[in-house]
Design a protein around this ligand. Structure first.
Ligand code: NI
Length: 167
């Protein structure tokens, strides 16, 4: 069996986290391997979602694995619909360690994507799954959850992160 790889997770401040990821032109063995590595890195980091740009892979791919759910791979995703109804929920990010803050996002989402076998699918998500999908989709656009906060709250959070880093 091939040794499972783990990739280094990029942390806030790394420019790659701010770049838009590129469309994947061919879903082949290499992309399936990226999906595996993302899932392995996600599990080791004890997170629930991880996107390519977070490990420096500037491709439109992310993985989600919630407790008691199957691991899910999303390649070249499109958000078909997001609800007008929003919810506030505490969010964290493996690229912004140690920070948990309430973020407002749509309550539900309909997403279309391809899996690692190149099969297209459409998924309706609600609750935590919708939350994680929207958070990971943002990563493909170079957006981080701190960008979704009010300016005052973002300033407060960034100051807190700065302080943590100096310790
Ligand atoms: Ni994140």
């Amino acid at each position: 069996m091939e040794k499972m790889e783990k990739m280094e997770i990029l942390i806030l401040g790394n420019e790659l986290l701010r770049q838009k990821a590129e469309q994947i032109t061919r879903i082949n063995g290499e992309i399936a391997h990226v999906a595996d590595t993302l899932l392995n890195t996600l599990h080791l980091g004890k997170g629930v979602g991880l996107a390519g740009p977070q490990v420096g892979v500037m491709k439109r791919i992310f993985v989600v694995h919630l407790d008691k759910d199957v691991p899910r791979v999303f390649i070249n995703p499109s958000l078909l619909e997001t609800s007008e109804e929003t919810v506030k929920y505490e969010e964290g990010c493996l690229s912004i360690p140690g920070v948990w803050v309430e973020v407002i996002r749509p309550k539900t989402v309909r997403i279309q994507a391809w899996n690692e076998q190149g099969r297209p699918f459409t998924q309706d998500a609600d609750g935590i799954l919708a939350r994680v999908i929207l958070h990971e989709f943002d990563h493909l656009e170079g957006t981080l959850f701190i960008d979704r906060l009010s300016p005052a709250k973002r300033k407060r959070i960034l100051a807190k992160i700065e302080k943590q880093r100096r310790v």
